[in-house]
Design a protein around this ligand. Structure first.
Ligand SMILES: NC(=O)c1ccc[n+]([C@@H]2O[C@H](COP(=O)([O-])OP(=O)(O)OC[C@H]3O[C@@H](n4cnc5c(N)ncnc54)[C@H](OP(=O)(O)O)[C@@H]3O)[C@@H](O)[C@H]2O)c1
Length: 331
């Protein structure tokens, strides 16, 4: 497993990270033995970053990750998140302190390596959507700094979702150590320039901007929530209805778009679109860790094997650039 510097922190994280979210669902709906088996396999294979959140499965993900790691031992880097609910937004510091106490209890730790603000960002607060303003985000980062002084968190970051100008505004403050960003074969705009009429949200190269500010980047939605498998079928542990982030209006539309990339398999660049998706994201050296959401251990085994093949061939990236250019103005 390749390890990468995690921005300005002292940490090095595995290029492939373990997503403990509700979409793949293993850590939320999986059975305890299957969870321990997957976490154990990940650690043996060199994965050291585990990404969870208070909101995943109503905190079940944190509880299950804490139980598995207690059983297995081993040094890993844990990132969790605070998603402020609308009724918590008027006491940002108090709500964050309480949320982190709960996360530490569930994770069975005295300190978590990374705490992240989970709410998407906007220039003005949008409580009905759960989006915080950039002023709110700065208040949250101040609360995180207090938790760091108390030794309860090692580092803190933001969620690079929401309005692109708001995300870039917070990155520019230099207050956060890390960001998460949606980055995949259907929408590569967090990592590279796209035409002005590109059909999906333009994240305006968050990844290189964050790197310039010394921030680490955690890539999310690497598999477009599973659509990059090219199949609409879902594993029983998975969320059965998924809202895309930064891609098409529906999961089915994302699957249809993913199928247009099947030339990558037919022309022998990769054995599957999942392989292409993982190797594309890992190919960006400014990504610290690329998360995969998992429904079972078999998916993890494949992800590790694909990640260990390294970046995609240059010719395949050239073909992809043509595809992205042709997508401009199509929606
Ligand atoms: N910051 C945020 O707001 C945010 C948002 C989203 C995610 N995240 C983080 O990022 C992690 C990953 O994101 P995600 O789970 O939403 O999306 P993802 O990694 O893009 O997709 C996960 C889905 O990919 C499919 N998959 C995985 N391996 C596969 C394989 N070998 N073959 C076929 N299908 C495969 C599974 O679909 P099936 O289950 O149908 O088999 C799984 O549910 C999360 O766990 C979480 O930690 C953060």
């Amino acid at each position: 497993m390749e390890y990468r510097q995690f921005g300005r922190t002292e940490l090095r994280v595995s290029a492939l990270g373990f997503g403990c979210g509700a979409v793949g669902g293993l850590l939320v709906r999986g059975d305890h033995r299957e969870i321990v088996k997957a976490v154990s396999y990940a650690i043996e294979s060199g994965i050291n970053y585990f990404d969870t959140a208070r909101s995943y499965g109503d905190s079940q993900s944190e509880t299950n990750l804490g139980l598995a790691l207690k059983e297995l031992g081993g040094e890993v880097v844990i990132g969790t998140k605070v998603d402020l609910r609308s009724e918590e937004m008027d006491d940002i510091e108090g709500s964050i302190l309480a949320s982190v106490e709960g996360s530490l209890q569930r994770l069975q730790r005295e300190r978590v390596d990374l705490i992240q603000l989970h709410n998407p960002l906007a220039l003005q607060r949008r409580p009905e959507q759960g989006w915080l303003s950039t002023d709110d985000a700065e208040a949250a980062l101040e609360a995180f700094a207090k938790l760091k002084e108390q030794g309860k968190v090692g580092h803190y970051g933001i969620n690079g979702l929401g309005e692109t100008p708001a995300i870039h505004k917070i990155i520019a403050t230099g207050l956060a150590d890390t960001t998460q960003t949606a980055y995949n074969l259907l929408n590569p705009s967090a990592g590279q320039h796209v035409p002005s009429d590109f059909p999906f949200q333009d994240y305006e190269q968050i990844i290189s901007r964050a790197a310039t500010m010394g921030m680490g980047t955690i890539a999310i939605r690497v598999l477009a929530a599973g659509a990059l498998s090219g199949s609409t079928a879902r594993h029983p542990n998975a969320a059965q209805g998924v809202g895309p982030i930064g891609t098409s209006a529906s999961y089915a539309d994302d699957v249809a778009l993913a199928r247009k990339l099947s030339f990558l398999v037919e022309e022998g660049y990769v054995e599957s679109l999942i392989e292409a998706a993982i190797r594309f994201v890992i190919g960006n050296a400014a990504v610290s860790t690329a998360l995969v959401g998992l429904s079972n251990t078999a998916q993890l085994e494949l992800a590790i094997a694909f990640a260990n093949r390294g970046p995609m061939p240059v010719e395949a990236i050239e073909r992809l650039n043509e595809v992205w250019a042709s997508m401009a103005g199509t929606v």
